[in-house]
Design a binder for this molecule. Structure first.
Ligand SMILES: [Zn+2]
Length: 241
């Protein structure tokens, strides 16, 4: 390993750090721009709307059912009253017929009371539904705007990444393959900073105190005496002085 190798690895590391940063920006864009939060809000509003819709649907079906029963009672009452006036009912049955009519009418009145309650509940839900719809359409517009901006940002980040990729490829072709592989493995493992300077006998990557022999080997490796660069025993980073 020579001084120029270290310099190349440094340049490579700089590119890799930038690539990592770009990747991070791309991955976090939905969060940072608020798109994710908005999409979540939208989802929750849509589910609220669905619930209101289902509730209104249930109420409307119950209303129709009550309405039908009430109509059928009314028909019955009408026909009994008609019979009564036509004289088809014997005198002694009139009292029981009257009682039945009053019974049916009281049932019908109960049905109507329930129907009114349902109608008022539906009326109460309708503005809530309209408000939810209005908020949904607002959020959709907002989200579209953010997504449009994000698409521009992503395109720009993508261009930067392509440029970095090209630079990296060019540079890596001039680095010794063994060294390149070693660097790549360490970078992937430690996350960042594959190279660590030795200062005051310490590895600056993990602060491990190095022995005199190790420090000497770092110096000698830079004079080209070793093909494989010395690495820190503790953190595994490539050491240079
Ligand atoms: Zn170390």
């Amino acid at each position: 390993m020579e001084k120029s190798d270290v310099e190349k690895l440094f340049a490579l590391q700089e590119i890799d750090d930038k690539l990592r940063e770009l990747e991070h920006k791309m991955n976090r864009l939905d969060d940072v721009s608020g798109a994710k939060a908005l999409a979540d809000e939208l989802k929750s509003l849509q589910s609220t709307l669905k619930e209101i819709d289902a509730r209104i649907d249930t109420l409307a079906r119950r209303r129709d059912e009550l309405d039908e029963r009430s109509r059928s009672l009314m028909t019955k009452v009408k026909s009994m009253k008609a019979k009564e006036t036509s004289g088809a009912i014997s005198h002694r049955d009139i009292a029981s017929t009257e009682l039945e009519i009053s019974n049916l009418e009281s049932q019908r009145s109960d049905l109507e009371d329930e129907e009114l309650e349902i109608l008022s509940e539906i009326e109460g839900l309708e503005p809530e539904m309209e408000e939810t719809k209005r908020r949904i359409s607002g959020k959709i517009g907002e989200l579209e705007g953010i997504r449009e901006q994000n698409a521009t940002v992503l395109a720009d980040l993508g261009t930067q990444r392509s440029e970095m990729d090209a630079k990296r490829l060019e540079l890596s072709q001039s680095v010794d393959p063994v060294l390149l592989k070693l660097y790549g493995d360490i970078y992937a493992r430690v996350g960042t900073m594959a190279l660590a300077r030795v200062e005051n006998g310490n590895c600056q990557g993990c602060r491990l105190k190095l022995s005199a022999v190790e420090i000497e080997s770092v110096k000698r490796s830079l004079l080209g005496e070793f093909t494989r660069p010395p690495t820190c025993e503790q953190c595994g980073r490539i050491l240079y002085a």
